[in-house]
Design a binder for this molecule. Structure first.
Ligand SMILES: Cc1ncc(COP(=O)(O)O)c(C=O)c1O
Length: 421
């Protein structure tokens, strides 16, 4: 669509489509064409586009309160939402701070960790993505493209390796062991525990390439966090709210993080995010030293409550797990047939399939672009890439996706691979 003025060219553009509506897993263009949206607005539309219950909750709330500023008074959905989040999150999490985006919440979590521990440093992992504000950009190492030209960054951020056995060719046990030894080196050589407030980890790396953390690695890092009095912060912005087949990815790893960061799927697309922690930790955050005009927005809270109702309805997560298994099995079958598919990995319906040069195993981002374009043009399928080398196709359909839509997407993907051979 063109007009008299411009949209900022800084937004990268995947499809060039002009869309006018969305329903479930499908979006409709201005020309009336329908596309299967397996991007979910970058893993956001957990209940699908415009789930009727979410739409109804937003409509109803819009007539009562559009903005009820949290420092001025407390609207009637703040506490019910905290109570719901408390039921869904691990046992140590019982207190919630609300904000608007994933980056804002992640940055808030780091401020909380610094305030609560009195320590200055943060450890993140190679391949991480935590956002685009100055602090979270500094914590992001998935791609230099997110950072080039913006230095200097806030200081006090240290990067530890994140094991990726498919790339290094190690078995998972060796990869985890090596990464833990390197983690110890970071503590011994770069930032001592006495200066380290927080370890911030995505349990399945998102922008970094839909790469799940190895369980032995997570346990080892978690043990070290406990031993040294460093807060373990789970960035569940992309993994949370059912995406991995459990409400939160920490459940796959049996850990109880000190802080959990939530956004994206929490409110089906209404901008809303949250930081959860214990009351004891949150009480060390000086009153007034953090906040924001819009955090805890009543329409966002209504959308979150309605989203949670849908996600916790009977059989919902079972469908996510079943569709995840279907998608994983379909992708594994294609990997056996097409040598350009390198690794297929993931949890629930957060699955990454890498595309490589079959003769060298090198990442092949160009072929990914051709596959995505073919899928769009011929399969009416929207898919997005990820990874440091842009060679990962990330599978993140809405959690309400059905069996035939998964089958349709796999068929479009296979046709796209064939067309690029
Ligand atoms: C793990 C993770 N953390 C933080 C963010 C930043 O979220 P937002 O784009 O809402 O600021 C993202 C966004 O992709 C993410 O995937």
């Amino acid at each position: 669509m063109t007009g008299k003025y411009h949209l900022a060219p800084v937004w990268s553009q995947l499809s060039g489509l002009d869309v006018v509506s969305g329903s479930g897993a499908v979006v409709t263009t201005a020309q009336g064409e329908e596309y299967l949206d397996f991007t979910s607005g970058i893993a956001v539309t957990s209940t699908g586009h415009c789930h009727p219950k979410v739409v109804e909750a937003i409509r109803e709330q819009a007539g009562k309160f559009i903005h009820a500023q949290v420092n001025i008074y407390r609207h009637n959905l703040l506490q019910p939402l905290a109570d719901k989040l408390g039921e869904l999150t691990p046992p140590s999490i019982d207190t919630f701070f609300y904000s608007n985006s994933g980056a804002e919440a992640t940055e808030g979590a780091v401020k909380l960790a610094k305030a609560a521990t009195g320590k200055p440093h943060t450890i993140v992992f190679q391949g991480s993505f935590h956002g685009r504000t100055a602090q979270t950009m500094a914590m992001t190492t998935a791609k230099t493209g997110y950072k080039a030209g913006y230095a200097p960054f806030p200081a006090g951020i240290f990067v530890a390796p994140f094991p990726d056995p498919a790339t290094t060719g190690d078995d998972p046990e060796t990869a985890a062991k090596r990464a833990l030894a390197q983690f110890d080196q970071v503590l011994a050589g770069q930032t001592p525990p006495s200066d380290t407030a927080a370890i911030v980890m995505e349990l399945v790396q998102g922008e970094g390439g839909y790469l799940p953390a190895l369980p032995e690695f997570v346990s080892g890092v978690y043990e070290r966090a406990k031993k040294h009095g460093i807060l373990f912060v789970a960035d569940e912005v992309q993994t949370g709210f059912g995406r991995t087949g459990k409400m939160f990815a920490v459940e796959h790893y049996g850990i109880d993080p000190d802080v959990i960061v939530m956004a994206k799927g929490i409110a089906s697309g209404f901008p809303f995010s949250a930081v959860g922690s214990s009351y004891e930790l949150m009480s060390r955050w000086p009153v007034g030293s953090h906040g924001g005009t819009y955090g805890g927005n009543p329409i966002g809270a209504a959308a979150a409550l309605a989203t949670i109702d849908v996600l916790t309805s009977e059989g919902f997560l079972e469908n996510v797990q079943e569709r995840g298994r279907q998608l994983m099995a379909g992708l594994q079958e294609l990997k056996a047939q097409y040598s350009v598919i390198g690794d297929v990995r993931g949890l629930g319906i957060m699955i990454g399939s890498t595309i490589v040069d079959p003769s060298t195993g090198a990442p092949d981002g160009d072929r990914v672009n051709r596959i995505l374009a073919h899928g769009r043009e011929h399969g009416k399928l929207l898919l997005l890439n990820a990874g440091t080398y842009n060679n990962v196709i990330r599978w993140m359909p809405p959690l309400i996706v059905n069996e035939s839509q998964i089958a349709q997407a796999l068929a479009a993907f296979e046709a796209a691979i064939k067309a690029t051979m």
